[in-house]
Design a protein. Structure first.
Length: 364
């Protein structure tokens, strides 16, 4: 059968080159395409794909066996890697997932890498290497076991694994999500997992800040902007990258920027914290600023929307994503394109600092 198809293709091309007829040309191209597709189907039928078995750990799935190198594992899927059953998904599995530096993303679970032996002690935070490929086989086994146990083991020794898992969630939201590859239901699943991780490991300030930064970015990209969600704590400063979306929200809604939000803005913009801490974070400054702000702007300053879409300069926690990612938020406009109102807020903050400094000098 295959021989007959090959002879027909040869005959068609002879007619094409030696007769030069336009009708024959079209017919030849059409028949050549049909023959190619038929030939490919026959080859596939003669050589069916076998169920893949990667590195002796069955991770079989149609999407993984059909030539896809790496994919995101959904929450309803289970995979066995190196004898460990991974439930709950929400991670990348495969052999290739380039980061900003061209190397594999540090969160990628590569099933071809060695893992074991089982039952080894978990390493502490100080020994953590930010990358699955950088771990020792024993560390990989401990990480896989942590996932197998539902990612619920608590304690400082498990914080590195929660951090590595967090890196994958961050990539999914900020890279795949920004490209429109996430459904609303999947975003909800990731947000639920972020909150769960925050409840379990949020005592660590670095981890807590990383989670808050991701949650704030998710709202900036996907939020309905009916209101600023209360679960985002901008006062910690971890979510400062996405705070521009808050000001943009006030702008497009035509609502005045309330004194509390203006105070958050000037705290985040404090140039440098003095040895004694942030001057703008103390209660005395906060009270004076809000009083002077309301005296000057009443219920709040109105920010008029600009014509330029908002671009957030996001600083990821995942080292594979680079130092900064420029993320376009097309539904919001950039409030910084009209700089006069924001300069007024900065100027008012400076006046309050000077007023407090003068009072301190008179007291001393």
């Amino acid at each position: 059968m295959i021989g007959i198809i090959i002879r027909q293709v040869k005959a068609l091309w002879v007619r094409l080159f030696f007769r030069g007829d336009k009708v024959d040309l079209l017919i030849s191209v059409f028949l050549a395409v049909v023959c190619f597709k038929l030939l490919r189907a026959l080859v596939r039928r003669a050589n069916p794909r076998r169920e893949c078995d990667v590195a002796k750990g069955r991770i079989c799935a149609a999407e993984f066996c059909d030539g896809t190198v790496t994919r995101w594992i959904n929450s309803n899927e289970e995979f066995r890697v190196k004898g460990v059953l991974l439930k709950g998904g929400l991670f990348y599995l495969g052999t290739k997932l380039p980061g900003a530096d061209g190397k594999n993303d540090c969160s990628l679970i590569d099933p071809t890498l060695p893992s074991g032996p089982e039952g080894l002690e978990k390493n502490g935070k100080e020994d953590f290497k930010p990358g699955y490929s950088l771990m020792s086989p024993q560390e990989r086994n401990a990480y896989l076991r942590w996932i197998e146990n539902g990612r619920t083991d608590k304690g400082p020794c498990f914080l590195p694994y929660a951090t590595l898992f967090l890196f994958g969630l961050e990539r999914r939201l900020s890279v795949d999500g920004a490209s429109g590859k996430l459904s609303a239901s999947e975003r909800d699943e990731i947000l639920t997992e972020l909150q769960r991780l925050l409840d379990s490991y949020g005592d660590d300030p670095v981890f807590r800040g990383a989670v808050m930064n991701i949650i704030a970015l998710e709202w900036a990209i996907y939020g309905n902007y009916d209101d600023v969600p209360p679960h985002i704590n901008f006062e910690e400063g971890a979510a400062a990258d996405s705070f521009a979306a808050v000001l943009a929200w006030f702008s497009i809604c035509g609502k005045p920027v309330l004194a509390d939000w203006a105070l958050k803005w000037v705290i985040l913009r404090e140039p440098e914290a003095p040895p004694g801490g942030h001057k703008r974070k103390n209660e005395e400054f906060a009270g004076l600023f809000k009083t002077r702000y309301e005296e000057k702007f009443g219920k709040g300053m109105i920010l008029h929307p600009s014509r330029k879409p908002l671009i957030i300069q996001y600083r990821p926690s995942n080292p594979s994503l680079g130092e900064r990612r420029m993320i376009l938020i097309p539904r919001l406009t950039d409030p910084f394109q009209i700089s006069t109102p924001l300069h007024k807020i900065d100027g008012l903050a400076g006046m309050c600092e000077a007023e407090l400094a003068k009072e301190d000098g008179e007291i001393s």
